[in-house]
Design a protein around this ligand. Structure first.
Ligand SMILES: CC(C)(COP(=O)(O)OP(=O)(O)OC[C@H]1O[C@@H](n2cnc3c(N)ncnc32)[C@H](O)[C@@H]1OP(=O)(O)O)[C@@H](O)C(=O)NCCC(=O)NCCS
Length: 191
């Protein structure tokens, strides 16, 4: 379990699949976070994905449930992916339920995932891709030293409209500078 001040990141349990199913079928949530043209996923598909992760078949992604420490509730999910072979760059996915946004939780989740990428997975860089009108995502990333690296013009198409996509990224040394010191690797050895 990864402990933050206000959130915890923990492994997905079978009991979380109902929550994941609800949130991944929520049109508003998925209008920001979806990765396919529609916003629907069946419970069976989520179960299959879960079983596949349990068997260790997906070695290029770690997905966590975000828990609000105050209420103890599951309030979202996030993932860290490294999908390009031989790359030392990771990529994020994140979505919080409607009632839990705008309270600083997303900024903290991003910080925890960035730390995880650098401290445990020894990544050199972390990236994310988002809609150019996703102000909360862009700001939460900037607060973790991410910089806008590029704008993919009209690259996203949802609901009959084209939207620009923004690529943001942070290098390990930039994050370390923000946090005021070298990121430690497992075991406490400075790098
Ligand atoms: C994007 C998301 C993870 C951000 O997390 P969050 O907890 O809502 O954001 P925070 O409360 O940490 O706020 C981060 C910054 O964005 C600002 N912000 C938050 N919501 C905002 C909004 N709707 N419009 C403009 N700024 C906003 C905050 O004021 C804060 O900046 P500040 O500290 O300078 O004031 C969350 O809103 C979310 O899950 N949204 C839906 C799914 C999604 O967009 N996923 C990302 C796909 S790439």
């Amino acid at each position: 379990m990864i402990q933050g001040r206000r959130v915890q990141l923990r492994a997905i349990e079978k009991e979380d699949l109902g929550f994941m199913h609800r949130i991944q079928n929520d049109e508003e949530v998925m209008s920001w976070a979806r990765f396919r043209p529609d916003h629907m996923v069946s419970l069976e598909a989520l179960e299959k994905e879960y079983d596949s992760e349990l068997k260790g078949e997906n070695t290029l992604r770690r997905t966590f449930v975000v828990v609000d420490r105050k209420s103890g509730k599951a309030v979202g999910w996030c993932s860290l992916r490294w999908w390009r072979p031989f790359a030392t760059t990771a990529d994020f996915g994140i979505a919080l339920d409607r009632g839990f946004r705008g309270r600083g939780l997303g900024t903290e989740v991003l910080e925890l995932l960035t730390r995880l990428a650098f401290e445990q997975y020894n990544m050199h860089k972390v990236e994310l891709f988002t809609r150019s009108d996703n102000k909360a995502m862009i700001r939460a990333a900037e607060k973790n030293a991410f910089k806008v690296e590029g704008r993919a013009r009209e690259s996203l198409y949802f609901d009959g409209e084209y939207t620009d996509g923004l690529a943001l990224g942070v290098l390990r040394r930039e994050f370390e500078r923000l946090k005021g010191g070298a990121i430690k690797v497992r075991g406490g050895e400075k790098v």
